[in-house]
Design a protein around this ligand. Structure first.
Ligand code: ZN
Length: 342
């Protein structure tokens, strides 16, 4: 059995390990596919060294098949197709007690705060599992977690049909937010600097622009008849985007903060005051978002085959990360059961 671990100093090690038997309340999953995301890059780049225990087996976007179950597990059996909602809350903090377990004040994000999915056989608590219907392939099911993020974001933003929304940042999450919002009936503009990504975004029927080449405020004013966008999603993580995107929002419109901003940002509060804007934070997802994400992928609303840029064997994990760092891919999946002969 093999596991991939971040071992510090921007390095990854792939090594043999002997899996433990699952505890009474655990299920052992034979992991099929693991998607790599920006957070995984942050881990490998060392930006989260203070938070993670090194070595760390990371990976939290996944699909797999139940291999065996612990003695007290009754809801799952070998052969079940599953994904994992990688959130483990304490159930006792003020956030949990007010019904917001997904943003528990002591949240264990599985794959960052505890071992994740980049291993042949993975033991997880049975209540983290989400069942996959036959209508979704294991390959596409590796997208459930990021689609759940997008679904949660659009839900929190209360996007309505015919609204005009602007998404700053056309990476996987920005694009998925666009797909979910368009499915509701919203008109979507995606701002993205990378021309390869814009080509993919345009091929999916979206309007996309490079904000370094146009006056974005003027463009949005023309697009909306001077009204401004109903909602702007900040998905880029860029300080310039935060400073300028507030100018795009209509009176009583919303700015949704999706990206992780590791630094304090400058923001035009006068504009927030003047137009009576709302700024809303969005983070991870709830279980119903996971279930909705499965439906959106199974029904083809999410064009999985276009979003998955490549599937690489576990042995090529470092190459996969390099390709993501260079912006050469939208979403790369790791086939955990496949190890190339090289
Ligand atoms: Zn809690």
């Amino acid at each position: 059995m093999l596991q991939a671990q971040y071992v510090g100093d921007r390095k990854i090690s792939i090594s043999e390990y002997t899996p433990k038997n699952p505890e009474a309340n655990e299920v052992q999953i034979r992991v099929s596919y693991v998607g790599l995301c920006g957070t995984d890059l942050h881990v490998v780049h060392g930006s989260m060294d203070k938070r993670v225990d090194i070595p760390l087996c990371f990976g939290h976007e996944m699909s797999g098949v139940v291999e065996t179950v612990g003695s007290s597990v009754t809801q799952w059996k070998a052969g079940d197709f599953v994904t994992v909602m990688p959130l483990d809350w304490d159930g006792t903090c003020p956030a949990c007690l007010s019904g917001h377990q997904h943003i528990c004040q002591n949240l264990n994000f599985v794959g960052i705060d505890s071992p994740g999915a980049l291993q042949t056989l993975w033991n997880v608590a049975e209540n983290w599992l989400v069942r996959l219907p036959n209508s979704i392939s294991l390959l596409n099911a590796a997208l459930v977690e990021p689609v759940a993020v997008a679904f949660h974001d659009v839900k929190r933003a209360e996007v309505k049909p015919d609204e005009k929304i602007v998404i700053i940042g056309g990476g996987p999450i920005g694009l998925l937010i666009g797909l979910v919002a368009r499915n509701i009936g919203a008109e979507v503009l995606i701002v993205e600097l990378d021309s390869n990504r814009r080509e993919l975004i345009d091929s999916l029927g979206f309007k996309s622009v490079d904000s370094t080449k146009i006056d974005l405020e003027e463009y949005v004013n023309l697009w909306t008849g001077t009204k401004g966008a109903d909602t702007v999603f900040e998905v880029s993580g860029s300080s310039v985007a935060v400073l300028n995107c507030i100018d795009l929002v209509k009176v009583r419109g919303k700015l949704i903060i999706v990206a992780i901003h590791g630094q304090p940002r400058e923001i035009k509060l006068q504009r927030v005051f003047w137009r009576e804007l709302s700024i809303i934070g969005v983070r991870v997802y709830e279980r119903t978002d996971f279930e909705s994400a499965i439906d959106l992928i199974a029904s083809g609303v999410i064009p999985s085959e276009k979003i998955i840029s490549a599937v690489l064997p576990l042995s090529k994990l470092t190459e996969a990360i390099e390709r993501l760092e260079k912006g050469l891919a939208m979403k790369i999946l790791i086939d955990v059961q496949q190890v190339s002969a090289e």
